[in-house]
Design a binder for this molecule. Structure first.
Ligand code: SR1
Length: 348
């Protein structure tokens, strides 16, 4: 009977576009309400497609399962109106906490305020909700851009013609852009010949189309700063189609097993990326919400630090998957951010 109920509930949630990742159970020794179980959280994303966001969601689900939390995952389709609607749905579902993952602040502020007014705890990853009651989680985007660009200068010197992939309005890309501007100002020999980019459900292929036009118009571009793995994939695809991979170097953000394979393949122009483990960031987001629900203090700004990963390091170490990378860099699989003795580690 219970199994039948679970099946029925799961079917109903999925018909609504919701994915229940775990059913709640109590956590012995945890503070209320986690000791009794029944805690419901919502993960409301603006983007769900692509390796980064899938791994982020998997990490959030793994941490929710470890906490005995019933996590409702609302898929993101780059639709601001739908994300607003999902926040209202989560409020009506009676969740105790909401993780808002990316999005456009102007379309979220009032509905998020409605959640706060009902006593629901809210945390935000990579969307600047600018509210002292909402902890902000990020990957230290300034550091991420700094280490990627430091490597670009190490490899290419401080004078080169660059292509830059950027879409304004996304908090992590805006923060990375601040560093790009600083690095250009400090190194006048770095010339931004073209700026392009697109964020959609086909980011990589649309960026590839734009990159092709850019390379045809600017054959002297030798370096591309593409600080999002979907951007880097698009640029790499364009370079391969035009047969110019050997005269180009791509510096990016993010990493996944598929990215590693594209980086290490023979002749790949994708030479370095600065990245966190997105599963860890997903787990940190759930922990931050859980700590708030338990009444514990959570810092206003929670940061997961990135590491630089180069093509050379991956090839030398024979690393072909994220799991192998995590074995080489143990800090890649954990973060001390938003932890407590009663919160079990997530298994991923
Ligand atoms: C459209 S924003 C894409 C970025 O969000 C996350 O911060 C990832 O690092 C990705 O690069």
């Amino acid at each position: 009977m219970y199994k039948l109920y679970r099946l029925t509930a799961a079917t109903a949630f999925s018909a609504l576009g919701l994915v229940p990742s775990a059913f709640a159970e109590g956590l012995p020794g945890a503070p209320a309400p986690f000791d009794k179980g029944g805690v419901k959280l919502a993960l409301i994303s603006y983007i769900s497609a692509g390796d980064f966001f899938q791994a982020y969601q998997a990490g959030a689900e793994a941490q929710a399962k470890a906490l005995g939390v019933d996590l409702r995952v609302f898929p993101g389709r780059q639709d601001a109106a739908e994300q607003r609607e999902q926040i209202l749905q989560a409020i009506n579902l009676g969740v105790q906490g909401i993780v808002v993952d990316h999005g456009l602040p102007e379309s979220l502020t009032d509905v998020v305020q409605q959640a706060l007014d009902k006593g629901i705890k809210v945390v935000a990853f990579d969307v600047n909700l600018d509210n002292p009651k909402i902890p902000q989680i990020e990957q230290s985007d300034h550091k991420l851009a700094e280490i990627a660009l430091k490597q670009a200068i190490k490899d290419n010197g401080s004078s080169f013609n660059a292509g830059y992939v950027y879409v304004a309005g996304f908090a992590p890309l805006d923060r990375r852009n601040e560093i790009w501007d600083k690095v250009k100002a400090a190194n006048p020999g770095i010339v931004e010949k073209a700026r392009f980019g697109n964020v959609s459900d086909t980011t990589a292929t649309s960026t590839a189309d734009q990159a092709k036009a850019v390379f045809q118009a600017n054959p002297d571009i030798s370096v591309v700063f593409a600080p999002y793995d979907e951007f880097a994939r698009g640029v790499k695809l364009a370079a391969a189609d035009l047969g110019i991979s050997s005269k180009l170097k791509i510096y990016s953000a993010d990493i996944s097993t598929a990215d590693i394979q594209e980086i290490v393949e023979e002749g790949s122009p994708w030479v370095a990326t600065a990245a966190t483990n997105p599963a860890v960031v997903g787990a940190v987001s759930i922990r931050a919400a859980a700590l708030q629900i338990a009444g514990e203090t959570v810092p206003q700004k929670i940061v997961v630090d990135p590491v630089l990963v180069t093509q050379l390091q991956l090839r030398d170490a024979g690393v072909t998957t994220i799991e192998e990378l995590a074995k080489k860099i143990p800090t890649f699989s954990t973060s001390a951010a938003a932890t407590a003795s009663w919160i079990p580690a997530a298994a991923f």
